[in-house]
Design a protein around this ligand. Sequence first.
Ligand code: ADP
Ligand code: ZN
Length: 613
Amino acid sequence: MKEIKKNKKPMVYYYAIVVVVLSLLNLFAIPYLKQNKIEEVDYGTFMKLTEQKQIDEVQIKQNEILFTKKEDANKEEKQLYKTGLMKDDQLTQRLYDSGAEFKSTIQEKPNIWLLFLIEWILPMIIFYTLGQLMFRSLLKKRGGGDSMMFNLGKSNARIYIKATDGIKFKDVAGEDEAKESLMEIVTYLHDPSAYQTIGAKMPKGILLVGPPGTGKTMLAKAVAGESNVPFFSISGSEFVEMFVGLGASKVRDLFKQAKEKAPCIVFIDEIDAIGGKRSGKIGGNDEREQTLNQLLTEMDGFETNNGVVILAATNRPDSLDQALLRPGRFDRRVPVELPDLKGREEILKVHANKVKTEENIDYSIIARMASGASGAELANIVNEAALRAVRDHRSSVSQLDLEESIETVFAGYQKKNAILTDKEKLTVAYHETGHALLAALQSHSAPVQKITIIPRTSGALGYTMQVEEDNHNLYTKEELLNKIATFTAGRAAEEVRFGEVTTGASNDIEQATRIARAMITRYGMSDTFDMVAMETLQNEYLGGDTTLACSQATAAEIDQKVIELVSTQHKKAVQILTEHRDQLDALSMYLYEKETITGEEFMAILNKDKTLE
Ligand code: ADP
Ligand code: ZN
């Protein structure tokens, strides 16, 4: 896409140019003009010229004679000659006889005017005009805060002109619902009049909502690309300026530009940066609120069918001010969710197309392994795989590269020089085997794909990768309980084997607690609270914080329930692992030796030991 910056250069820039030009003039041109073009001749020549009555004007100075020739009389610029003064009594008489004209000064006159013009008049004119321009631009910003800096109120919107070579819908893999919904905008931008004839109103603003990296920006660009219209893109945070009012003037400026270029698309990324709920408090965030108010005014101000479509993206939809979501503003919401299994596979393929790959790659396996990955993460996985291939001096990406890079993206690089003591390594082996064993021994758990005890840069000392067979949207109570048991099993294995506990389980503890809490407060899976919501979810796309919505007494009861729930599962895990102590030992030792084992190896050993029993 061709990106053209519309920003004007600051006034200071022009001043600098003027100063440079003037100094150059002073250095070179003016001395040249100032210098009198006088040619020196010898006295003999002068006498000869006098005799031939060739002298036109003459000035006798203290020690030299200046003169012009008659043959130059009609010329525009007379050549000036000089000669030394000799002791010559008849000089005056002879000159008089020759018809020369005596002058008190002979000078080249036009240069003075030129000099005056260049040295004085020109700079004055230039500075005056620049001053005027500056003054006017300051006046214009009066509404937008008095600032002594130039050009602050201009919007930074970038224009992508004629996005024909840009992103199209086909570049955005998956997200079929979002594309379908946006297709209507494309049709509209192709021919707004069809809508006007019927009287159908196109939504003015469309909100793309979803977790980070799911392709919201891409979709907005694709709409512009498909409709072949200019694309203005600005991030919400760019509106928020240091000076109160500047953001508002940027909004004004952006909409002015957009209206001139209609039909076009205005894309506001991270709209929550300006569109957050207004506090209504005195001394709240004035600048942000003014900017938001200006945005609302602008959106109300333009008619529905003028061909400007505003797309905005956010991953915090619930923090947006209600006024922004009213009909006539951002009244259409297009969810852009994390891709499902099929979507992940498609995204992987789109990005794998841009690198050289081996032929027999099974993308569905990679997609399954990368459960929960966003489009951006999938793009990153493909790139990491390509980097890995280069590091190994191979010319194409292999299946293994892709599988390995999933771990790189989620857990960081392998820590080559992390030094674990033997005891630590054994503990990690038991911990991970505990997770894997519980997952394998319980029904309704995702199968184990891989176990590794190679430390990663993310700080993980090892991990167990479980892979769901297909999309999982609903979880039963039993499945959730099994998940909690699996999380606690790492610690349980340490207890069963060593009779002591380590800090290695902190992440497991967090996860188990989160699930247990959600079961009780949000999923209605406790006997006591029935279907009453005790917590509400916020920021569902960014980790999902929750806020309690119950009395102190209930809160205490909830805590009690959560503890009970987790500890029941923990006990269950300890029990299962004790019952399968032989397999736990065998598998842990095998993992300790090999450091990384696949799901198949794991299952083979597990089943062999089973048959031995
Ligand atoms: P968002 O705006 O939702 O945070 P972006 O549109 O900026 O996400 O996406 C970031 C990158 O992730 C894109 O440049 C692209 O490489 C990749 N990506 C995300 N979603 C998709 C998708 N559906 N298809 C292909 N690539 C995607
Ligand atoms: Zn663990």
